[in-house]
Ligand binder design. Structure first.
Ligand code: NAD
Ligand code: WQD
Length: 331
């Protein structure tokens, strides 16, 4: 199939393009490079050994999106493009609501215009708020503490209503837990701008000596060792889930948790990183980070049952691959 991948130059999108091409699909990437680099496109092609069509456009731009649908027979859309920094979304709510909601509306509208009925959307475990773990797809969503999370919950509702109005529209809403790691080639991975907000990139930069030590945000949570627990998932496992989601699309809206189902604390992750890479990670315990919850992990059984997908790569592989990628980056 010809798959339009919005945000395909980004972290999860680039790995997914590789997985899609590995499964025989053709990929058309639409990305404005606001949080990615043009050379990622060449790296994707290098790993997959296949050509990619790339449009440097903003997917909130109706006319630019229309040109892609005119130029190609699109069979399905995977919509990754979005702004994703939780803290920044509190500072710049309008940018987040505009970019994340208008992009979803524009792509869904183009699908309607051109009769494309396959749509896969990148949502987030953040929509569960502070529900009781493990999170199950059938749970009522609780308010999130930031505009970013709200854009994901709202996009889910928009797509649900569109699917209600069009019985042929098939939507897969994928709620990612905490994606980490990188492609085993070391060519593509996550390279955040500035000081990383997320744990794994922070740890790899400490390992590299770019940052002095890790600040562990709180050790008084009701968890195994008092530090926050999350469901880390290898980005290549996550990428593969999109191929399964496309293969198993059916009419209506279907929501899937994409995680391993296993919670790991901050200190457990640090220990795994040290073991996997034989590098010490200095850390100190500091105050809790506002907005953080104690525990977040998936009940991942629905994706296994309905998509035939489960995460295969363990925490050691996540730490090893994250480090290989960081190590391959220039200073
Ligand atoms: P990313 O920032 O690496 O990738 C997003 C890509 O979209 C970037 O290449 C960026 O340039 C592009 N983009 C943003 N707005 C655009 C626009 N208007 N038009 C065209 N391109 C645009 O992020 P990621 O980690 O790969 O995340 C992909 C998706 O998954 C996002 O929707 C994100 O919210 C969601 N998600 C990510 C995580 C995570 O922890 N990484 C967790 C849950 C959900
Ligand atoms: C993980 C754990 C921190 C950094 C975020 C978004 C979420 C989703 C994934 C997009 C927590 C602790 C972190 C550090 C630390 N993104 N930590 N020191 O907060 O679970 O999820 O990314 O949808 O919406 O909120 O991920 O990697 O920031 O934190 O102690 O320097 O590591 O407190 O317990 P989080 P994270």
């Amino acid at each position: 199939m010809n798959i339009l991948v919005s945000g395909g130059a980004g972290y999860i999108g680039s790995h997914t393009c590789v997985a899609l091409m590995g499964a025989g699909h053709s990929v058309i990437i639409a990305d404005n490079l606001s949080n990615s680099k043009a050379d990622t496109i060449g790296k994707i092609m290098g790993i997959a050994d296949k050509e990619v069509t790339f449009y440097e456009i903003d997917v909130t731009d109706t006319e630019a999106v229309d040109i892609i649908f005119k130029n190609h027979k699109i069979d399905g859309v995977i919509h990754f493009a979005g702004l994703k920094a939780v803290g920044e979304s509190v500072e710049k709510p309008q940018d987040y609501y505009y970019n994340n909601l208008v992009s979803t509306l524009v792509l869904a509208k183009a699908c309607q215009k051109y009769g494309v009925n396959r749509f896969v959307f990148s949502s987030s475990a953040t929509v569960y708020g502070d529900n009781k773990v493990p999170f199950v797809e059938s749970m009522d969503l609780l308010p999130t503490t930031n505009p970013y999370g709200e854009t994901k919950a709202m996009s889910e509702r928009i797509l649900t209503d569109i699917a209600k109005a069009n019985p042929y529209f098939s939507v897969s809403i994928l709620r990612y837990f905490n994606p980490v790691g990188a492609h085993e080639s070391g060519l593509i991975g996550e390279s955040p701008n500035g000081i990383p907000n997320n744990l794994m990139p922070y740890v790899t930069q400490v390992a590299k000596g770019k940052l002095e030590k890790l600040k562990v945000f709180g050790n008084d949570y009701p968890t195994v060792d008092g530090t926050g627990v999350r469901d880390y998932i290898h980005v290549v496992d996550l990428a593969e889930s999109h191929v399964a989601a496309l293969d198993n699309l059916k009419a209506g809206v279907h929501i899937y948790n994409l995680g391993t189902g296993k919670g790991t604390s901050v200190l457990e992750l640090v220990k795994a990183f040290e073991e996997a890479n034989d590098i010490e990670i200095p850390y100190e315990i500091v105050e809790r980070r506002p907005g953080d919850i104690a525990s977040c992990y998936a009940d991942a059984s629905k994706a296994k049952r309905e998509l035939g997908w489960t995460a295969k790569r363990d925490m050691i592989a996540m730490c090893r691959d994250a480090w290989r990628f960081e190590n391959g980056q220039g200073e």
